[in-house]
Design a protein around this ligand. Structure first.
Ligand code: CP
Length: 304
């Protein structure tokens, strides 16, 4: 029984196999329409979500399975004090696989340790979001055709942005990746993530200046300033509009730049950019569903 709590739980070969299956699902959806017949996914979301929860649920329905959904911690027995460990044991009696989002870092790991079915981390605090990374990787694969030798700008809240932490880990496995880490001083990337880049022998620069590096970028990954992780509103209000991508700011960008954002967007990308053919953030949403389908097939042993 396998769980995926961190993108590190998947080898590079496994990630590439998941991409291959997702591509096959895109080409041959009928082949997969009954693969999960009789299986149940439980989505346990202790924090708000639109994309991740609904894409997991759409993914299971498109595989012919069923869904048990808990979208609000307040309506669950967690509000009476039930532990994550007990919740995981209980849900294992009802479902074949669990997707869990939780505001506390490590909560999905506790669930996986106690569950008797696979658990997928659907985002834990400011820590990790491995299935968003799978969505991001399929997007890069489809747009660029490769992962090597890309200059990847990550811009915004690099401190609390869990999607950035998981994506850096995944891309650090490939050769010739250059990271440009663009953030205000207060929202710089945590040291443990920088150490992962260094361990892989890759280059990175840290800067506050998006425009200086714009012409060099192959990928620009914008992120929202994570309001829910701030201790005081004043700091959030000061930092929230640090970077707003507009068509004018893209004037010096490469013609094949891939503009990404895990969404939800607040103000980091002007809606005028949506018309730009380089905007890939709504493609990421769709790609997430296919990668979650492929991941669930793998964890349920139904890949073939
Ligand atoms: N990208 C992402 O995790 O979106 P949601 O918070 O809507 O699930």
């Amino acid at each position: 029984m396998r769980s995926v709590i961190d993108i590190k739980d998947l080898s590079t070969q496994e990630i590439e196999q998941i991409i291959t299956v997702a591509e096959d699902i895109i080409k041959n959806p009928d082949k997969y329409a009954h693969k999960c017949s009789g299986k149940k996914l439980a989505t346990l979301f202790f924090e708000p979500s639109t994309r991740t929860r609904l894409s997991f649920e759409a993914a299971m329905y498109e595989l012919g399975g069923n869904v048990l959904s808990m979208s609000d911690a307040g309506s669950s027995s967690a509000s009476k004090g039930e532990s994550v460990a007990d919740t995981a044991k209980v849900i294992s009696c009802y479902a074949d696989i669990i997707a869990m989002r939780h505001p506390k870092e490590g909560a999905p790991l506790v669930a996986a340790t106690n569950a008797s079915v696979p658990v997928i981390n659907a985002g834990d605090g400011g820590h990790n979001h491995p299935t968003q990374t799978l969505a991001d990787l399929l997007t890069i694969h489809r747009e660029k055709g490769h992962f090597d030798n890309l200059t990847v700008g990550l811009c915004g809240d690099l401190k609390f942005g869990r999607t950035v932490h998981s994506l850096i880990n995944a891309l650090s496995r490939y050769k010739g990746i250059n990271f440009v880490l663009i953030s205000p001083e207060e929202l710089k990337i945590p040291s443990y993530v920088k150490n992962e880049i260094k361990k892989c022998g890759l280059e990175y620069v840290q800067t506050k200046d998006l425009l200086e590096y714009m012409p060099k970028l192959d990928i620009l990954y914008m992120t929202r300033v994570q309001k829910e992780r701030f201790f005081n509103e004043e700091d959030y209000l000061r930092l929230k509009d640090s970077y707003i991508l507009t068509p004018e700011k893209l004037a010096t960008a490469k013609s094949d730049l891939c503009i990404m954002h895990p969404l939800p967007r607040v103000n980091e990308i002007s809606v005028a950019v949506d018309k730009d053919p380089r905007a890939c953030y709504f493609k990421q949403v769709l790609n997430g569903k296919f990668m979650r389908m492929a991941l669930m097939l793998k964890l349920l042993g139904l890949e073939d």
